[in-house]
Design a protein around this ligand. Structure first.
Ligand code: HEC
Ligand code: HEC
Length: 320
């Protein structure tokens, strides 16, 4: 935090330096030096001031405490809830919170951003087994972390809560039930240290950690191979972060773009399921990281059929 704030102050100071240089150039007696110098220094000062403003905005997102209440909930302990939670944890959490993409959620092995070559800071997904911090948190605090991206301390979590928050009340509680049931794994991950670049992305709106407050019960559509249920699954997974808000292969942020998912409209349901299970698409192309087909391929047949149905109905992309 201190390093980032010093970084921001440095950018602001350099901006002030260029203002001073612009003023000095303006006072120069030589006309050419006056105009060229003042314009150049002025532009640089403006660019740096903008950069400082955007970065400050991002640092505010990262360091100002969030004010989401802790929901008064308790995770169930039925066998059905545990099984559902385990399944969801594998598909929705293991891509990050596991060293090998499998359960238990013993903590990630690298920082967000490493895989895609962006220096976003030290952001290693923590150990979510009872060997990690969560053993001291209430169920409500864990639900708030997942759906409102808020650490127990109130600070923002750099995690895709804006997607996970679409999980139904029942599903999110099933996940918490599963987290509690995991065997203890002793593994500690370094504390989060977001970089100034991440602050810049957040300030510029290129990455987003904003979440809606949850004030009403959230229910899932009936579990069936329907467009609605497929849209529900896609809503809480990260597909849109890479494939774009409209899944048309035009993401707005710095993440590596995934292709237009309307490609699926030319595939059969079997083609789609085989692609996510085997990591090879109907044209014979092997899917490369960061497409985590190994985790998404763990969706069951009904869920994949539902996702397929929802991708089949994607409208033509709106013109920009
Ligand atoms: C894209 C990667 C990603 C996914 C997917 C993800 N997380 Fe996270 N999660 C993180 C990172 C990174 C942090 C640490 C962020 C920080 O400290 O700012 C984190 C932090 C947390 C925390 C706070 C833990 C602590 O000790 O501070 C909880 C709880 C959590 N995640 C639960 C979940 C659950 C449950 C899921 C699945 C439903 C999930 N996460 C999915 C990346 C992810
Ligand atoms: C971290 C970014 C990322 C996320 C999250 C992600 N994808 Fe992808 N996806 C990609 C990339 C990149 C490719 C292209 C991989 C390649 O061609 O080697 C891809 C390829 C695909 C393909 C194959 C397209 C083709 O023409 O071969 C499908 C289908 C797909 N993704 C579906 C999904 C679904 C459904 C989700 C959510 C459950 C999802 N992806 C989440 C990045 C991502």
């Amino acid at each position: 935090m201190l390093g980032n704030i010093l970084g921001l102050i440095l950018i602001a100071l350099v901006a002030v330096l260029f203002v001073w240089l612009a003023v000095r150039a303006w006072r120069s007696r030589r006309r050419a030096a006056r105009w060229a110098g003042a314009a150049l220094a002025g532009l640089l000062a403006l660019a740096l001031a903008l950069l400082a403003g955007v970065t400050a905005r991002g640092l505010a997102v990262l360091y100002l405490p969030r004010r989401f209440p802790v929901p008064a909930v308790q995770a169930p302990s039925t066998a059905a809830a545990l099984a559902r939670g385990e399944h969801l944890a594998l598909v929705a959490c293991a891509p990050c919170h596991s060293p090998n993409g499998a359960l238990p959620l013993a903590g990630g092995s690298f920082s967000l951003g490493d895989e895609i070559g962006l220096p976003l800071g030290t952001l290693v997904p923590p150990n979510l087994t009872p060997g990690g911090e969560l053993s001291d948190w209430s169920d409500g605090e864990v639900v708030r972390a997942i759906r409102q991206g808020t650490h127990r301390s109130g600070r923002v979590l750099v995690m895709p809560a804006h997607r996970l928050q679409h999980m139904s009340d029942e599903d999110v509680l099933a996940v918490v039930a599963y987290l509690r049931s995991q065997a203890l794994v002793a593994h500690s991950t370094p504390a989060a240290r977001p970089s100034l670049l991440l602050a810049f992305f957040l300030g510029a709106g290129l990455l987003n950690l904003d979440v809606e407050p949850i004030t009403a019960p959230v229910a899932a559509p009936a579990r069936a191979a329907t467009t609605d249920y497929g849209a529900y699954i896609v809503s809480f997974l990260n597909c849109r972060d890479c494939h774009g808000e409209n899944l048309d292969g035009r993401p707005s942020g710095p993440l590596p773009p995934g292709p237009d998912l309307r490609v699926v409209q030319g595939w059969t349901q079997e083609d789609f399921i085989a692609t996510l299970r085997l990591g090879v698409d109907p044209s014979g192309h092997e899917l490369q990281p960061p497409m985590r087909w190994k985790q998404y391929g763990q969706l069951d047949d009904l869920e994949l059929a539902a996702v397929y149905a929802s991708l089949r109905t994607l409208p033509p992309s709106p013109e920009r």
